[in-house]
Design a protein around this ligand. Structure first.
Ligand SMILES: O=C(O)c1ccc[n+]([C@@H]2O[C@H](COP(=O)([O-])O)[C@@H](O)[C@H]2O)c1
Ligand SMILES: Cc1cc2nc[nH]c2cc1C
Length: 338
């Protein structure tokens, strides 16, 4: 069980990231070369099979146990008028998740994921990042560990999602702080704010960067000051997954923003991650590019909840079905290339 009791544990995890199993990748690649298709003709499905082989440590990777963890949090910065919806919607949507009526419930059912919904202190919003740090040190560790708790070595694939009215604002702040560029580069419409709302978001993010920027000297401190509980929980889950060699499907803008500080510090951090999709949120395409990730899908989704990742599990399922089930040239008595 991976836990992050203090800053030293978090930093040492980040500085000792495990790598994929090179032998499993080599064996899987040798199998792919034998399968009844022209080499490379399954395109990125072949890369996905090798990625899964490397992280699962087997040449025949499987997708029987998908864990989905959706974290919810509320944000003090909502008071700056940065969302098209009121903060009460966060708890209302958690109730909807628990009743089985949200998009992620339907999508998790289709992909066979074991869905966990984790509300994080919803009645206690984080500090407004434009005037104070989002979380105390203790609150940030609690959130990171709420994420880590969702991970065990007994899962084939993890995806994380979030629900948090106003969380595209801390998401944008994390991107700007970790990857550079000013607020306007990273701010988008989120749930659908108008132009005046965009102006308020840019001002809130700019103030947050001016206030906290020089103090954000570690990934932990950046998450603590500019993030949020569900954001830190996603970062904790994705880091814990890496420690347990569990591959991860990333969801949308906020999910990717959560790991931007970690990836900025340790570029190989995203090696165990696939980007499920490119969200319609303005900054996501640039964020994925800066993280070195090529999304599997472009569906103009911008829901969050892990919804894009749930859809992309089907692509992974197809990749593994082909890899596991196809006959070799010898088995099928098909002639190889000239
Ligand atoms: O996943 C995305 O790319 C995404 C893009 C825009 C909005 N969202 C969702 O909408 C909420 C945040 O939007 P906002 O406008 O309240 O900052 C939050 O609950 C997210 O799950 C999610
Ligand atoms: C209704 C609603 C559902 C959501 N799911 C994720 N973010 C959301 C934001 C809103 C507003």
């Amino acid at each position: 069980m991976i836990r992050f009791p203090d800053r030293a544990a978090f930093t040492s995890a980040l500085n000792a990231l495990p790598h994929p199993d090179a032998l499993a990748i080599e064996t899987a690649a040798a199998r792919q070369a034998q399968l009844t298709k022209p080499p490379g003709s399954l395109g990125r499905l072949e890369d996905i099979a090798l990625f899964m082989a490397g992280w699962q440590g087997t040449a025949r990777p499987r997708l029987d146990r998908i864990r989905a963890a959706v974290f919810a949090g509320n944000h003090g910065v909502a008071a700056q008028g940065v969302s098209a919806f009121p903060p009460a919607v966060t708890a209302q949507m958690v109730a909807n998740f628990q009743a089985g009526g949200a998009a992620i419930n339907a999508l998790a059912r289709v992909c066979g994921a074991d869905l966990h919904v984790v509300p994080l202190d919803l009645e206690r919003p984080t500090g407004d990042i434009s005037v104070e740090p989002a979380m105390s040190e203790a609150e940030c560790f609690e959130a990171l560990n709420a994420g880590a708790t969702m991970v065990g070595g007994d899962i084939d694939l993890l995806f994380v999602g979030e629900m948090g009215i106003a969380n595209t604002t801390p998401g944008s702040a994390l991107c700007a702080q970790a990857l550079g560029g000013d607020a306007s580069l990273w701010v988008g419409r989120g749930t659908g704010v108008d132009d005046a709302g965009i102006g308020r978001k840019i001002r809130a993010v700019s103030r947050a960067l001016a206030l906290h920027g020089s103090a954000c000297d570690t990934p932990f401190e950046t998450l603590r000051r500019l993030g949020g509980r569900e954001i830190a929980a996603m970062a904790g889950a994705i880091l814990a997954a890496r420690m347990e060699h569990v591959p991860v499907l990333l969801d949308g803008f906020i999910c990717c923003a959560a790991i931007a500080p970690l990836a900025a510090a340790v570029p190989s951090f995203t090696d165990h991650c696939l980007a499920a999709h490119c969200s319609a949120e303005a900054g996501h395409a640039l964020l994925l590019k800066r993280l070195g990730l090529k999304p599997l899908l472009h569906l103009d989704m911008r829901l969050g909840e892990g919804s894009g990742a749930a859809v992309a599990t089907q692509v992974v399922r197809c990749a593994l079905a082909a890899h596991r089930e196809m006959a070799t040239f010898a088995e099928a008595a098909v002639a190889g290339a000239l």
